[in-house]
Ligand binder design. Structure first.
Ligand SMILES: [Zn+2]
Length: 603
């Protein structure tokens, strides 16, 4: 039975007894510990049983170790599916906890908040005008891999989950490359609900200071103006002031240029498509990253998370149409851009060289030379709060931009690319017959890879890029990706080689840089003599290189390769030919004339 049914009948004594029944596991432990996944689910199931009209549990995936991934759908009036949410004009808010499961405030705060919405009557109307999609633990396997030794920088709880999931992948680097089964499940959930707002809950590492919460949103240059304006109004103008009125202290994200000297100032941490907020930006959605401060007691950190999430829900519930209008406008703008004469899409960003000033509510600190590190050792004194005025290089400017094509073409055999388009729900059309077509391609040369793996990949650090026209034979089943779709920016960031998290950068297309055939030295000796006899210019180039480059001169293989790589025998291998092509509107129309299923006629 519900509390509000019991009170009038039985009086206050029942309230006390009954409220105790709803103590969450972390509250019962005075926040010294955080519950297991099984105990978390047991509490949520109890909530669902008590408030079936408001709380609904679903499984949205399975982890590599075989655990169910649970999501809570919570809404007044039982709006439990995406179509119902859209019909009711209710924005969808995705709150996710435990993407880094050692940073687990979002789970314990979520249990308390759902209880206070659904059963104790503290916020009975919070979800009347929105739908909350809540992931209590995103990295479930990482959460169950718990140890007192996982986060050396952090003050409790007693045992903490591990940053990597069971395949040692960091889910908050996996958004666009989507390697982890957990991310594949998340992307399906995202596409089903297409949330209007994302809150991603974390705990900091780094410096000590007074704030109990720091937060990050993507730079306006990475967002549609409508989304950026909504974020500023909802978060900066409303939620954060209300948060501080509850006795908290919040700051925008604090990424110090030099961790050993906070007075050198702050810079934007960069983000990007591999991160939650960076991915949401590509999807035209506002997103808030929150980081409770690692050294505050766990109870305070859970309260900080509870309050900011509650206040964001309050803000959105009070003005649902504003959020819906912002995300709809952003989607419409992206689609309209495909028909604009000259569009420019930034792929990379740099710090705005002009800093602003930030009043840092920090602590007094000392710096001393350490003979261990032979460097400066900074020690904070939390008993002496102190305010510093420091430079903040927080704003970004577009660096490298591209003009999007009317459509990209992915030849049918590049299944690794098509698989990622599918994972992200990118719309495309398949050709039904072999076609010969003209398109713009990229020639990539001088590749250089990282020398250490990152998230299981040797990333392609650097290459030279030339755009050039190509004539290509496309097999049936090739994929045409039109840019007049709401998630076009996701496709651009997967497919443009220079995007920081492109599939090329992550190393999925390394094979294009490998020559598969070679010339025997005795054969190339003959080829070189024929080429030199034919071309005085080549002869001069060879002589110059012998003179200018002693390493080359001393390497007999390189001397032969000089000729082989300039011969038609090498050119025929198309080494470095980027397989994804770019169609302009006329090229798309001419392709459509050959195969109507790819219909580019309206361009
Ligand atoms: Zn984190």
């Amino acid at each position: 039975m519900h509390r509000w049914l019991l009170i009038p009948l039985l009086g206050l004594a029942t309230l006390t007894v009954h409220a105790a029944d709803w103590t969450t596991p972390a509250e019962a432990a005075q926040f010294r510990t955080t519950p297991s996944y099984a105990d978390t689910l047991a509490y949520l199931q109890k909530l669902q049983k008590a408030a079936p009209g408001m709380i609904h549990l679903e499984t949205f995936g399975t982890t590599p170790e075989g655990r169910p991934m649970t999501v809570v759908i919570a809404s007044g009036g039982g709006t439990f599916d995406p179509a119902a949410a859209r019909a009711a004009h209710k924005p969808v808010v995705l709150v996710q906890a435990g993407i880094h499961p050692g940073e687990i405030e979002g789970k314990d705060a979520g249990l308390m908040l759902l209880r206070d919405i659904a059963v104790t009557g503290k916020y009975p109307h919070l979800l009347d005008d929105l739908v909350l999609v809540y992931i209590p633990v995103f990295s479930v396997d990482g959460h169950e891999n718990s140890s007192p030794y996982h986060r050396i920088n952090q003050n409790g709880p007693a045992s903490m989950g591990f940053r990597g999931q069971s395949q040692y992948l960091n889910l908050n680097r996996d958004y666009i490359k989507a390697d982890a089964p957990e991310m594949r499940a998340w992307l399906k959930l995202w596409q089903a609900w297409l949330p209007d707002f994302l809150i991603d809950v974390h705990t900091t590492d780094g410096a000590d200071y007074q704030y109990d919460l720091t937060w990050y949103t993507e730079d306006p240059h990475k967002l549609d103006p409508a989304v950026s304006a909504w974020q500023h109004d909802a978060i900066v103008n409303h939620a954060m002031p209300a948060y501080e009125q509850r006795g908290h202290l919040a700051s925008s994200y604090l990424e110090f240029k030099d961790g050993r000297d906070p007075l050198k100032g702050l810079e934007n941490f960069g983000s990007g498509p591999r991160f939650s907020t960076g991915y949401a930006a590509l999807q035209n959605r506002p997103a808030l990253l929150i980081e409770t401060h690692m050294l505050k007691p766990y109870a305070n950190r859970v309260r900080a998370t509870y309050d900011i999430v509650e206040l964001m829900l309050e803000q959105i519930g009070a003005h649902p149409a504003a959020l819906l209008a912002a995300t709809a406008k952003a989607d419409a703008d992206t689609i309209a851009r495909a028909h604009a004469a000259k569009a420019s899409v930034p792929l990379t960003f740099k710090l705005d060289p002009q800093p602003t000033k930030l009043e840092l509510k920090g602590y007094a600190f000392t710096r001393s030379h350490s003979d261990i590190s032979n460097s400066e050792w900074i020690r904070y004194d939390p008993s002496r709060p102190k305010t510093y005025t420091i430079d903040n290089w927080n704003w970004l400017l577009p660096d490298l931009s591209i003009t999007p094509p009317a459509a990209y073409v992915v030849p049918a055999q590049w299944t690794v690319i098509i698989d990622r388009l599918d994972a992200h729900g990118i719309h495309y059309r398949r050709t039904t017959q072999p076609l010969t077509m003209h398109a713009e391609g990229y020639q990539l040369d001088e590749p250089r890879w990282a020398d250490k793996p990152f998230e299981g990949h040797l990333m392609l650090r650097d290459f030279r890029l030339r755009a050039l026209p190509r004539e290509v034979r496309l097999p049936a089943g090739s994929v045409i990706v039109p840019m007049d779709q709401r998630a076009a920016n996701v496709a651009i960031n997967l497919l443009e080689p220079q995007a920081p998290d492109s599939l090329l950068r992550w190393g999925y297309l390394d094979a294009i840089f490998e020559a598969k055939e070679y010339g025997e030295p005795r054969v190339v000796e003959k080829l070189a003599r024929e080429m030199l006899a034919k071309s005085p210019a080549l002869k001069a180039e060879f002589q110059r290189k012998l003179h200018d480059d002693p390493a080359f001169a001393g390497d007999s293989r390189a001397r032969l390769a000089f000729f082989y790589e300039r011969s038609p025998w090498y050119a025929a291998q198309d080494v470095g030919a980027y397989p994804v092509l770019r169609l302009d509107a006329a090229q798309w129309r001419s392709l459509s004339a050959q195969d109507e299923t790819v219909d580019g006629a309206r361009h």
